[in-house]
Ligand binder design. Structure first.
Ligand code: C6P
Length: 442
């Protein structure tokens, strides 16, 4: 890797410099060049999108768990689709439709390969992780669950799965159970073994917690589920963007994630499902594209995965996701993971230097690339507003894990989350701004 000349940046004083790329597991400097938004100044009028008057504070973007930014090759792939071969898929035998269909189908193949699925039949494109969860809950859960069954989740579940299975539980009478957490924010596996029993029909668990940064033992949880003939659904929204994931190795029956958290566009999610199970399931949405033949009396479904992609599908988004996968694989998912782990560990160490800061979740080296915390004297929302004054973008709130925040005894937390383009200097910028807030409210 090349050594770069350090440059002053990030607006919190001359001590914040971009260091030589040799200090990172990946070449941050050249990655940053693919994301023009990272050069934004912020602070002015928010009613007109884009740079404008009053924007004079360099952006430090640490809200990647909410959504990541989109590199130029991905933007270009989407623009190229609209500029040169925009057409609906699977509906025309004209040239553009065939080009679009091939590109859309190949996007399924590429995603399948990326997560270790057996082929495109196992990869359904949805709108996001939330829709992937709902697809299985409605298509499988409504038909399969009854009052004698239970669904097991964890206390750290995101609302995407928690609310979905909770509501399917109400509709079907199935009991919903939550595996408890140990004090360090990891799963109590004894409790998991106790709660998953012969009446369990589904174990739906997070791979990585978007609040605690905990990485759950999804292989062991899948094994527990299968020991009791239950299905295992893994919510990988915070895993696939950040680490190598192989659904075959995990052994789970379903796995879900979103394109917009992994350098892809918004509006696309992925549901992986084992072919034999998807084959058995009835569709979730009906209409065009998902049918093979229709009479006034009845219909037959198209083959997988199209059976679950009713209507005009997410064509441009799928093509963008293909480019995002290419982009991430070019960097290497091991290096993505190592880079973020180092950043999270550094942020954890710096924030825990203060006694009046509570950091949630396991220690630095065991966590995924995010840190949720609270200052004793400042509400997370106020903290986030102050940080915004310094151009530091974090998320404050319950991060769609309200019951978990109840468990933590905090209505909200501040969360910094990292990605391939973040630097230690940006974490210094975060810590300096947090310190300003501490002084202000001391
Ligand atoms: N978490 C966050 O800021 P969607 O919105 O469907 O793309 O992803 C939902 C989702 C599901 N599971 C986990 C673990 C998640 O983190 C998310 C999204 C964002 O943490 C928005 S709440």
């Amino acid at each position: 890797m090349d050594t770069v000349t350090p440059k002053t940046c990030y607006g919190l004083g001359p001590n914040h410099v971009v260091m030589g790329t040799q200090q990172y597991a990946l070449d941050v400097e050249s990655i940053r060049a693919d994301f023009p938004v990272l050069d934004r100044q912020v602070g002015g009028d928010v009613t007109t999108p884009g740079p404008g008057e009053g924007d004079d504070t360099p952006l430090v973007y640490l809200d990647n768990a909410a959504t990541s930014h989109t590199p130029e090759p991905v933007v270009e792939s989407i623009a190229d689709f609209y500029r040169t071969y925009n057409a609906n898929v699977h509906r025309g035998i004209h040239h553009l439709s065939q080009e679009a269909s091939v590109a859309y189908e190949e996007a399924h193949d590429r995603v399948a390969e990326f997560v270790g699925a057996d082929g495109r039949e196992e990869i359904v494109f949805t709108k996001n992780t939330t829709e992937s969860e709902n697809l299985v809950a409605y298509a499988w859960g409504l038909a399969a669950l009854g009052p004698e069954d239970n669904v097991v989740m964890t206390q750290m579940e995101h609302h995407a799965s928690l609310v979905t299975w909770q509501q399917i539980g109400k509709k079907t009478g199935a009991e919903v159970r939550y595996v408890e957490l140990d004090d360090d924010g990891t799963l109590d596996m004894d409790d998991a073994a106790a709660k998953i029993d012969d009446d369990t029909a589904m174990v739906s668990v997070l791979h990585v917690s978007n609040t605690l940064g905990t990485v759950n033992p999804v292989e062991a949880l899948t094994e527990l589920a299968h020991d009791h003939d239950a299905y295992a659904f893994v919510d990988g929204a915070q895993a696939v963007p950040h680490m190598p994931v192989d659904v075959g190795e995990i052994g789970c029956d379903f796995y879900a994630f979103s394109g917009h958290k992994m350098c892809g566009p918004t509006g696309i999610g992925v549901l992986y499902g084992k072919e034999a199970i998807l084959d058995e399931m009835q569709p979730y949405l009906y209409g065009g594209e998902m049918i093979r033949s229709v009479t006034y009396e009845d219909s037959e479904w198209e083959e997988l995965p199209w059976k679950f992609e009713a209507g005009t599908p997410v064509i441009a988004q799928g093509i963008g996701l293909h480019a995002a996968v290419d982009y991430l694989e070019e960097i290497g998912m091991d290096r993505v993971h190592d880079h973020e782990s180092a950043l999270a560990s550094y942020a954890y160490d710096r924030l825990t230097e203060w006694d009046d800061v509570t950091v949630y979740g396991p220690p630095g080296e065991e966590r995924a690339g995010l840190v949720a915390f609270n200052l004793d004297s400042v509400h997370a929302h106020d903290l986030s507003s102050i940080l915004n004054e310094y151009g530091v973008a974090i998320r404050a709130g319950d991060h769609c894990t309200q019951p978990l925040h109840d468990e933590l005894g905090a209505p909200a937390s501040a969360r910094a989350s990292f990605y391939i383009y973040n630097t230690r200097e940006e974490i210094d910028a975060l810590v300096d701004a947090v310190d300003e807030a501490r002084q202000l409210f001391a």
